[in-house]
Design a protein around this ligand. Structure first.
Ligand code: SAM
Length: 244
């Protein structure tokens, strides 16, 4: 019997968020059109978006920063498979210790690496070279959550954790950016992400129902699914802003 895989092992996902291949392709085209020479991805995870941009801009060089070394190992392996190893560096460590300037900065689902949203946007603004771009991805409320929905989400979730979409755009403009593109994840992207997030664990449970760790693993994955289905589904949105 094998041991249970971790939640979000991510082997079924390309991105650690509700981002489809179609949207990633479209955003890559938009970002590549500005012809960045340097790309910095803070909180890059597996670095797939960074690698896509480097493929689309053949002379660009990129740096991906994340605190999770095993995610970066996957990024390095994928870079090697795509012939990009000489143009990308994956750095393990906190984003705050690896800030740098770039023509294109990516920060998707990882503003918390730089504080709260306003703090992150202010810091990111200082990193983007003149004429450059930021791809910023973050959560917002599709509508104000009810008390019951808030109680169904992660412990401690508060209505103040997010703004609505307009408020999130306001935070970007307050930091000195202009919104060149505003997109939001669809319900299908969320469902694809959530299913991929738990896929390895659910398949392991089907194959190993009597494993000594099965009960604890079931409890963990059931709790996560409950946060989604009883809490943030259709309530929390995810925005992708191309900012200039
Ligand atoms: C939701 S994931 C998004 C990953 C990636 N941007 C993507 O869209 O697939 C957030 C990432 O931020 C990383 N992270 C969290 N705190 C960080 C920090 N202080 N410095 C760098 N990365 C951090 C996590 O390890 C994780 O990979």
């Amino acid at each position: 019997m094998t041991n249970p895989p971790p939640l979000a092992a991510g082997t079924r996902l390309d991105f650690n968020g509700p981002l489809s291949a179609e949207r990633a392709g479209r955003l890559t085209t938009v970002l590549a059109a500005a012809k960045p020479s340097t790309v910095l991805d803070l909180g890059c995870g597996w670095g797939h978006l960074l690698l896509r941009v480097l493929e689309a801009v053949p002379k660009a060089r990129g740096v991906g920063v994340d605190i999770r070394g095993h995610d970066l190992e996957r990024g390095r392996a994928d870079a090697a498979a795509r012939g990009l190893s000489d143009r990308v560096t994956f750095v393990e460590g906190p984003a705050e210790e690896h800030l740098g300037n770039a023509d294109l900065v990516l920060n998707v689902g990882a503003y918390h690496a730089l504080g709260d949203v306003p703090e992150a946007l202010r810091t990111l603004r200082t990193l983007v070279n003149p004429g450059g771009r930021l791809l910023f991805g973050a959560e917002f409320w599709e509508r104000v959550p009810t008390e019951g929905e808030l109680a169904g989400m992660w412990p401690g979730t508060s209505v103040d954790d997010c703004t609505d979409l307009a408020g999130l755009v306001d935070r970007a403009t307050a930091a000195g950016f202009r919104p060149l593109r505003i997109e939001t994840a669809t319900g299908d992207e969320w469902a694809e992400f959530e299913s991929g997030f738990t896929a390895e664990v659910e398949e392991w449970l089907v194959a190993n129902p009597d494993h000594p760790e099965a009960e604890a693993t079931r409890a963990k994955v059931d709790q996560h699914r409950s946060y989604w289905l009883r809490g943030y589904r259709d309530v929390m949105g995810f925005a992708f802003f191309v900012l200039g």
